[in-house]
Design a protein around this ligand. Structure first.
Ligand SMILES: Nc1ncnc2c1ncn2[C@@H]1O[C@H](COP(=O)(O)OP(=O)(O)O)[C@@H](O)[C@H]1O
Ligand SMILES: O=P(O)(O)OC[C@H](O)CO
Length: 505
C-alpha cells in the first residue's frame, strides 16, 4: 500500500503540516497562524502551548484532507523556527514563561557585557556564532534569572529547556523524548560544532545547568513514536532540523558550493561547505547543516531578521496594502524607487552588521514620494540585504556562488526575484515546490525509514520552475547599492541600551 511522509513546519508566524508522496510532491497541506506577542519595543514572545495545540491541529487536518489515516504515514519529520527558547516543567509539561523568540532583543545588554569581557573569540571558535541576542543561550539565561524560582527548580533538575523542535517532540511523544538535533543545537551558543557536544565552559559562562539540556541526536534517525491518542496511531518521528537547514536540504543543496536563500519572515542564505566548518572573516555564521549517518555537513549562513515581515508591516503598520502579495502590483506601479530607501531594522540588524540597536528608517522622501515608492523601497530592501550577505559570502567562500536557489513565501514575488537577480548579478532560481523547508524535513525523515534511498535520489527530484537572469548594468547596480549602504549607515546605533527591555538583572 502507498505510504506518505508528514512534515511539521513550525515557523515564526504560522504552523504548517504537509503530506508528501514519494516524488516529493505535496498531497495535502494545512496551515494556521498564531499570536505574536510584543510586550515592548524589541521584545517578541510566543505562547508555547498555543504553538503545540496549533501544530497538532494542522497535523490532524493535513492527514484528514489527504483522505489518509495515521497508518498511511511512514514517518514524521519536524522542522522549526530556530533559536526560540522554551523552558518547561518536566513533571507537568507546563512552560514556565512564554517562549522567547529569535527576534527578541532583551539580552542585548548582556551580550554587550560578554563581548566587553573579551569572550567573543571563544564563542566564535567553539560555536561558529557571534555573541548576539538572536541566539538561544542568553535568552535561556534570562528566563532562569527572571522567572521566580526558576533557577532553584533548574538546580533540582525539575526543568527542561529546548528549542521548538525539542518542545514539539516532547509533546508528540507524551514526554518520553527530550532531544534536539545537531542543526538546532548549533544555534544555541552552548554547542561545540567541532566536537558535536554541549560545551561545559560555555554553559558555565552563561550559567546554564547542563541538566536542563536535551540530548543531541542526528538529523535523520528514528527518535521515537507519537503517542497513540494524538494522530490515531503510533507514527515514527524520524527527522529533525532547523528550518533553514531543512530548506537547504529540501532545495537539494547537498553538494559543497550550493546556496539557497529563504524569503520568509526573515531571510536566510545558507552555503553548503561540505564536511568543513569554514570560519567567517565577514561576520557570517558557521553552522551545522545536518548530521546524517555519522557525517556532519556544515554551512555558512547570513541571517537577515526582517524580510517578508516588512510586507506585513506595510499591511498592518501602514495599511497601504491589504495582503502581502499586493506589494508587487503597488511597487510595479512606479518605474523605480524615486530615491526612497527603507531600512527595515525593526529588531536591529543581523548579518553582516549585527547591530542590536539599529532601528527602521526611511530615507530620501520628497514631495513627489508616494505610497508606491515606499512599497517599492520595502520590496527592494529585501534584495539589498541579501546582496550585502552574498557579498560577504563570496568573500568567505573560496569559490563564487554561481546561482541562488530561492524559496519561502516572498519568493513568489516575481518583481522581487528579478530585482534580486539584478542587484546580485547572479541568477536566481525558483523550484516547483517552494515549500522546501517542509520538504527537507520530510526527506530527512524518509531517509531514516528507507522511504528514500539516498541524497542523490533526493537531488534528482529537484525541479526548476523559473530562472531569473540578471539584466541590470553594473553602474546602475553599484549606484543603488551605494545609496542603500548610506541609508543603512544612518539606521545603525539608533536605540540606546537603556531604551529597551535589555537587561542583565
Ligand atoms: N507575494 C509576496 N510578496 C512579498 N512578500 C510576500 C508575498 N507573499 C508572502 N510574503 C511574505 O512572506 C512571509 C511568509 O512566508 P513564509 O515562508 O510563510 O514565512 P515564515 O515561515 O517565516 O512564517 C510573510 O512575511 C509575507 O509578508
Ligand atoms: O520561521 P522563519 O521561516 O522565519 O525562520 C526563522 C529562523 O529559523 C530564525 O533563525
Amino acid at each position: 500500500m502507498m505510504k506518505y511522509i508528514l512534515a511539521l513546519d513550525q515557523g515564526t508566524t504560522s504552523s504548517r503540516a504537509i503530506v508528501f508522496d514519494q516524488d516529493g510532491s505535496i498531497v495535502s497541506a494545512a496551515q494556521k497562524e498564531f499570536r505574536q506577542i510584543f510586550p515592548q519595543s524589541g521584545l517578541v514572545e510566543h505562547d508555547a502551548q498555543e504553538i503545540w495545540s496549533n501544530q497538532l491541529g494542522v497535523a490532524q487536518e493535513a492527514i484528514t484532507r489527504a483522505g489518509l489515516r495515521a497508518t498511511d504515514i511512514a514517518a514524521i519529520g519536524i522542522t522549526n523556527q530556530r533559536e526560540t527558547v522554551v523552558i518547561w516543567e518536566r513533571k507537568s509539561g507546563r512552560p514556565i514563561h512564554n517562549a522567547i523568540v529569535w527576534q527578541d532583543r532583551r539580552t542585548a545588554l548582556l551580550c554587550d557585557q560578554l563581548r566587553a569581557q573579551g569572550l567573543e573569540a571563544l564563542f566564535v571558535q567553539k560555536t561558529g556564532l557571534l555573541i548576539d541576542a538572536y541566539f538561544s543561550g542568553t535568552k535561556a539565561r534570562w528566563l532562569l534569572d527572571h522567572v521566580p524560582g526558576a533557577r532553584e527548580q533548574a538546580e533540582r533538575g525539575e526543568l527542561a529547556l529546548g528549542t521548538i523542535d525539542s518542545w514539539l517532540v516532547y509533546n508528540l511523544t507524551g514526554g518520553e523524548c527530550h532531544i534536539t538535533d545537531a542543526s538546532n543545537a548549533s544555534r544555541t551558543l552552548l554547542f561545540n560544532i567541532h566536537t558535536g557536544e554541549w560545551d561545559d565552559e560555555l554553559l558555565r559562562i552563561l550559567e546554564i545547568p547542563r541538566s536542563l539540556l536535551p540530548e543531541v541526536r542526528p538529523s535523520s534517525e528514528v527518535y521515537g513514536e507519537t503517542s497513540p491518542g494524538l494522530l490515531g496511531a503510533r507514527i515514527p518521528i524520524a527527522g529533525m532540523a532547523g528550518d533553514q537547514q531543512a530548506a537547504t536540504f529540501g532545495q537539494a543543496c547537498v553538494e559543497k558550493g550550493m546556496a539557497k536563500n529563504t524569503y520568509g519572515t526573515g531571510c536566510f542564505m545558507l552555503l553548503n561547505t561540505g564536511g568543513q566548518a569554514v570560519p567567517s572573516q565577514h561576520k557570517l555564521l558557521t553552522t551545522v547543516a545536518w548530521t546524517i549517518r555519522g557525517r556532519t555537513d556544515y554551512a555558512l549562513e547570513g541571517s537577515i531578521f526582517v524580510a517578508g515581515a516588512v510586507m506585513q508591516w506595510l499591511r498592518d503598520g501602514l495599511g497601504i496594502i491589504r495582503d502581502s502579495a499586493e506589494v508587487e502590483a503597488l511597487a510595479a506601479s512606479v518605474p523605480d524607487n524615486g530615491g526612497v530607501y527603507l531600512v527595515p531594522a525593526f529588531v536591529g540588524l543581523g548579518a553582516p552588521h549585527w547591530d542590536s540597536y539599529a532601528r527602521g528608517s526611511i530615507h530620501g522622501l520628497s514631495r513627489g514620494s508616494t505610497r508606491a515608492h515606499i512599497a517599492r523601497a520595502a520590496l527592494e530592501s529585501v534584495a539589498y540585504q541579501t546582496a550585502d550577505v552574498l557579498q560577504a559570502m563570496q568573500q568567505d567562500a573560496a569559490t563564487p556562488v554561481r546561482e541562488l536557489r530561492v524559496d519561502g513565501g516572498a519568493s513568489r514575488n516575481d518583481l522581487l526575484m528579478q530585482f534580486q537577480a539584478d542587484v546580485l548579478g547572479v541568477p536566481v532560481v525558483r523550484p516547483q515546490v517552494t515549500e522546501t523547508t517542509a520538504l527537507g524535513a520530510a526527506y530527512l525523515a524518509g531517509l531514516a525509514v528507507g522511504y528514500w534511498e539516498s541524497e542523490q535520489q533526493i537531488a534528482r527530484q529537484w525541479r526548476e520552475e523559473r530562472r531569473f537572469e540578471p539584466r541590470m548594468g553594473e553602474d546602475e547596480r553599484e549606484a543603488l547599492l551605494s545609496q542603500w549602504r548610506r541609508a543603512v549607515q544612518r539606521s545603525t546605533a539608533w536605540e540606546r541600551p537603556d531604551d529597551q527591555g535589555a537587561t542583565t538583572q
